[in-house]
Design a binder for this molecule. Structure first.
Ligand code: DGL
Length: 270
């Protein structure tokens, strides 16, 4: 048993897809979340910059006495996870492996699609992860760079002509490839689940990487005997810019008001 909080981070709102799942499967845990809202989006940046951001994000979370970290960001998971694990003496879980395992069990025709940020697609990490589970899987990847800015601006609802047009543009060519499983490889993308499912059709299984990573964190805490004792866990949210804007979107997504719970920090100090 360990009552210290979990640290979770992303470039912005996306990691809340993991937090929502953590809240439901690990209700006793205290969670400290950091969304790097002053530097979102991460997905178009170089590996060098991403390593610097990832190290700062982890240093900020480690300024609290945390017991484990969930990298609730596909871009950091695909480009910096081994580095972070090497440099830190606590369990650090990313989103890639659990999502690949789930996709491999779901696919019937072994044609799996991946949509993610440019940095994640460039890294090839999801392909490696899928092939580690099943070398016969064909992976069809596509970077969707406009999705994160649109999600951060709240353009996530059915009937919004901008997001629907962009989604069709990105996803129609994938649909024509006959895949039966699609990994939403960026944690922002599950906020677009309905829009993506509408384009891909009901027969394509969507894999939510935030959700899968939350389950991986649960397994890790169990394995390392780090679960919290029974209590009502709390979530504390930090961002690096515009806490009010983040609070509005986060409240909608988490289905409860978080307005007073979002604090702003200067990430460049870490
Ligand atoms: N949500 C993150 C990811 O999973 C970051 C996206 C971005 O900032 O571009 O990749």
């Amino acid at each position: 048993m360990d009552q210290r909080p979990l640290g979770v981070f992303d470039s912005g709102l996306g990691g809340l897809t993991a937090v929502r799942e953590l809240r439901s499967i690990l209700p006793s845990e205290n969670i400290i979340y950091f969304g790097d809202s002053s530097r979102v989006p991460y997905g178009g940046r170089s590996d060098e910059i991403l390593h610097r951001y990832a190290r700062q994000d982890v240093r900020f979370l480690r300024s609290f006495d945390i017991k484990a970290i969930l990298v609730a960001c596909g871009t950091v998971s695909t480009t910096a996870l081994p580095l972070l694990q090497q440099e830190n003496d606590l369990p650090i879980v990313g989103v890639v492996e659990p999502a690949c395992r789930r996709a491999a069990t779901k696919t019937r025709n072994k044609r799996v699609g991946l949509i993610a940020t440019a940095a994640s697609v460039r890294s090839g990490a999801y392909e490696r992860g899928l092939h580690a589970v099943d070398s016969e899987i064909t992976v069809i990847s596509k970077a969707c760079p406009l999705f994160v800015p649109l999600v951060e601006n709240g353009r996530i609802h059915r009937g919004d002509i901008v997001i629907e047009t962009v989604a069709r543009e990105y996803l129609q060519p994938l649909k024509e490839q006959g895949l039966d499983t699609l990994i939403l490889g960026c944690t922002h993308y599950p906020l677009l689940e309905e829009i993506v499912q509408d384009v891909m059709g009901p027969d394509v299984t969507l894999i939510n990487v935030g959700q899968e990573s939350a389950w991986e964190m649960k397994r890790t805490l169990e394995r390392c005997d780090l679960l919290s004792p029974d209590r009502v866990g709390e979530t504390t949210l930090y961002v690096s810019d515009r806490p009010q804007d983040f609070a509005v979107q986060a409240s909608r997504f988490l289905h409860h008001e978080v307005h007073d719970a979002v604090r702003c920090i200067d990430i460049e100090q870490y």
